[in-house]
Design a protein around this ligand. Structure first.
Ligand code: SF4
Ligand code: SF4
Length: 291
């Protein structure tokens, strides 16, 4: 695996759309804090692929070189210009697309050369009986037909469904996709972070299945003494659907003020270290995982 120095370039997460066609109980969109912000942001203008592209070029030139662009939401395949946006990004930038795959037909709008370069993350959400809905099989067939060759099936280690993790892994293996069990984090900072499992056995079941990188990230998060100094600085930025820029997910979830706006092309000076008092989903953990 290529080793990327944390200062060598920037990871940017963008949410071109906050709407979703699912309603997952654990989603960050449902925390009280998120609901408030989402309702405030609901009327934000729609921003075209061209506007996003211009904004990203500006970030790249004025903050740091973008080496990784993660596109999520909401559900990014509901974003009208998703194909146009992805096709416009140079191949040197590693793109990740995180989708629930309901609108999988739209993946055909992504050019073939992009499909073979990007990372497609299909987040599986089980039905009410805890089974894998049939549409995921249809989506998996389509993804293979279209030639995506870097695909990961992601399953959130949500306490109520944790015992289904192996079913999802079997599904991923069946199609030759990688599998990732995403540590469930309670996305509401007020609840102080990592989800509580229903029993000690369930918790052990989950921890036995997390990757080493995830385990060390979670342990680090639990052991932190706050406030801490964070180096995330110019190495990670999150951009919401209205263009507001945050240092990271944690800062956004904690309801802190944006540090700029990608469409207005304004950003405040980013110090090398920032103070953090957020015990919540932490972009540093994910950014760390690549170094
Ligand atoms: S599919 Fe993803 S964005 Fe949509 S509600 Fe579920 S977790 Fe949230
Ligand atoms: S939440 Fe994580 S990434 Fe964000 S400032 Fe705090 S330590 Fe850094």
């Amino acid at each position: 695996m290529m080793v990327i120095n944390i200062r060598d370039g920037m990871f940017v997460g963008i949410n071109p759309i906050l709407n979703c066609n699912l309603n997952c109980e654990y989603c960050f969109l449902h925390s009280e804090d998120s609901k408030k912000r989402i309702s405030e942001q609901k009327n934000a203008d729609y921003h075209s692929a061209h506007e996003w592209y211009e904004g990203l070029v500006w970030l790249n030139d004025n903050v740091n070189t973008i080496i990784n662009l993660d596109i999520f939401g909401g559900e990014p395949l509901l974003y009208e210009d998703i194909g146009e946006l992805i096709n416009a990004i140079p191949l040197e930038v590693h793109i990740g697309l995180d989708t629930n795959s309901i609108k999988y037909e739209r993946l055909s709008e992504i050019h073939k050369d992009r499909r073979t370069h990007m990372h497609l993350l299909i987040s599986v959400h089980l039905d009410g009986n805890g089974n894998i809905p049939r549409r995921y099989h249809a989506a998996a067939e389509k993804v293979k037909e279209l030639g995506f060759n870097n695909v990961t099936v992601n399953f959130v280690a949500y306490p109520k469904q944790i015992r289904k993790a192996d079913i999802v892994r079997t599904f991923a293996t069946e199609y030759g996709f990688a599998y990732h069990l995403e540590p469930y984090i309670n996305y509401n900072p007020v609840n102080k972070g990592i989800g509580k499992f229903d029993s000690v056995d369930d918790e052990k079941y989950a921890w036995d299945r997390f990757t080493e990188a995830d385990k060390s990230g979670l342990i680090k998060l639990k052991k932190r003494k706050y406030p801490i100094k964070c180096f995330i600085g110019k190495s990670y930025l999150l951009v919401m659907e209205n263009g507001n820029i945050f240092n990271c997910w944690g800062k956004m979830m904690a309801g802190e003020k944006p540090i700029g706006n990608i469409f207005r092309k304004e950003i405040s000076e980013i110090p090398d270290e920032i103070d953090c008092n957020v015990f919540c989903v932490c972009s540093q953990n994910w950014r760390d995982g690549f170094s």
